[in-house]
Design a protein around this ligand. Structure first.
Ligand SMILES: NC(=O)C1=CN([C@@H]2O[C@H](COP(=O)(O)OP(=O)(O)OC[C@H]3O[C@@H](n4cnc5c(N)ncnc54)[C@H](OP(=O)(O)O)[C@@H]3O)[C@@H](O)[C@H]2O)C=CC1
Ligand SMILES: Nc1nc(O)c(N)c(N[C@@H]2O[C@H](COP(=O)(O)O)[C@@H](O)[C@H]2O)n1
Length: 229
């Protein structure tokens, strides 16, 4: 199957949580890491999140640096990468910040089970991709994004989407900023939630780089394919 190069970027606490039990956005990293994240966005064709993150954080997913936006425009690209939401039931609010802020393409990936009237309303603001029957079929979705010219895809969470992408073998690399805090809580989201692997299927990684940054550490991982394990 042909798909884009896919990487996840995330910030987690020292105990692996990406948010608190209230599931609201929490500041884990500092400005240096946010600037690094902005560069990753600017260098991507698209940035993708799950509907859970849209409902919890309402991110805009825009490129923040004027210089980086200018660079994109002068190389013939939109100011922002395409912004994509994985949303089986078309629950994306019509007034989400993704629609209100910044220029560029928006793509909502829904399943066949999404209510047609809500899909019609979303069509006024976004390109709709249908992949899967009940829930979004991420493999089909990746192939469709590749067909739409997306070569480099950045995933910005959350926990359930990260699991869906990794467990389906759809991630090449991921970068985690590990911050100097403990969040705790068995219901607080971790970097990958979902069902979890059994021992025989555990996903193996290769450490590409580890760099001390601000009060934490930035880890870069390659996700090993079956043939490399
Ligand atoms: N620190 C960080 O770097 C970040 C932290 N976060 C935090 O993460 C939390 C949100 O994570 P979470 O609640 O897990 O939500 P996600 O953003 O991971 O969205 C999950 C939802 O995506 C939809 N979905 C559709 N198809 C699939 C599929 N095949 N696989 C997986 N998901 C699918 C499902 O909803 P449906 O069935 O309706 O389609 C699912 O519930 C928030 O607390 C947020 O603050 C988020 C991003 C970054
Ligand atoms: N890199 C990083 N560090 C943190 O400390 C964070 N809390 C996050 N969260 C992510 O940033 C998104 C915000 O995007 P916008 O500024 O609205 O464009 C948010 O949704 C999380 O994905 N990231």
């Amino acid at each position: 199957m042909e798909r884009p190069f896919v990487f996840i970027n995330s910030a987690m606490s020292a105990d692996g949580k990406i948010s608190t039990k209230e599931r609201k956005q929490v500041r884990i990293s500092g400005q240096i890491d946010f600037n690094r994240m902005d560069k990753l966005r600017a260098g991507s064709d698209a940035v993708m999140v799950g509907i859970g993150t849209v409902l919890a954080d309402d991110p805009s997913l825009t490129v923040k640096s004027a210089e980086l936006k200018e660079e994109r425009i002068s190389s013939g690209r939109d100011e922002n990468p395409a912004r994509i939401i994985v949303d089986s039931k078309a629950r994306t609010p019509l007034d989400a910040d993704i629609f209100k802020k910044g220029k560029g393409k928006r793509i909502i990936i829904v399943s066949e089970s999404a209510p047609a009237d809500k899909v019609d309303l979303l069509k006024e603001q976004a390109i709709i991709v249908v992949a899967g029957e009940e829930n979004v079929d991420l493999k089909k979705a990746m192939s469709e994004l590749k067909n739409q010219g997306i070569e480099r895809l950045m995933i910005e969470g959350g926990a359930t989407l990260n699991w869906g992408m990794i467990s389906n073998g759809l991630v090449d690399e991921f970068y985690t900023f590990v911050g100097n805090l403990i969040i705790g809580g068995k219901t607080a989201p971790t970097f990958t939630d979902g069902e979890g692997f059994t021992e025989k299927d555990i996903q193996k990684l290769e450490l590409i780089d580890a760099e001390k940054m601000e009060e934490g550490v930035l880890l870069k991982w390659k996700v090993l394919a079956n043939s490399e394990k």
